[in-house]
Design a protein. Sequence first.
Length: 201
Amino acid sequence: MSLRFPVLALLCLLPLLATGGCTFWGTVAGGAAVGATAAQTEKGFRRSTADTEIRLAINDLWFKADEEMFRKVNLQVQEGRVLLSGNVRTPEQRIEAMRLAWQAPGVREVINEIEVNDTSSLTNAARDTWISTELKTTLLFDSAVSSIDYSIETVNQVVYLMGVAQSEAELKRVIGHAKDIAYVRRVVSYVLLKDDPARHS
């Protein structure tokens, strides 16, 4: 008796399977695949929308601060990572462009490839490069610091820090590392804390 019911049920299903009943199972499987694809597409759409919002926010900050910066600096945004390129007249404009870029909500990293046309004010350029490289390396190997969240520029042995710190303790640690490097005359921090209201203004 216990075997009769499954056998009868199977016999009842055979006509359905023979006449296209399998379509039902194909529909179920296909629906699951479509659902997964839709979810992936939506995730990509959300990320793309966020990148567009970052781009608009940075352009707005640049335009309000310096119209020349807005015109001459190029901007690329990919998954919260911002790449700056182009040419400006002074090192100060280069630093300001990056400082403002970090203020846009959602920015995870800023890569500064802006070139300065007038390099006459850049003294000891090799030493500046050495200082920046030394600090970047130190942060990379410090497990208590999220190094990807910081950008470093050195001009005339003055270190400019920009980015987003996870905590006050982390920021103090980064500043301490910078001050410990030979030849550094001063450390200027434009770093914002992760929960700083300025990041969401």
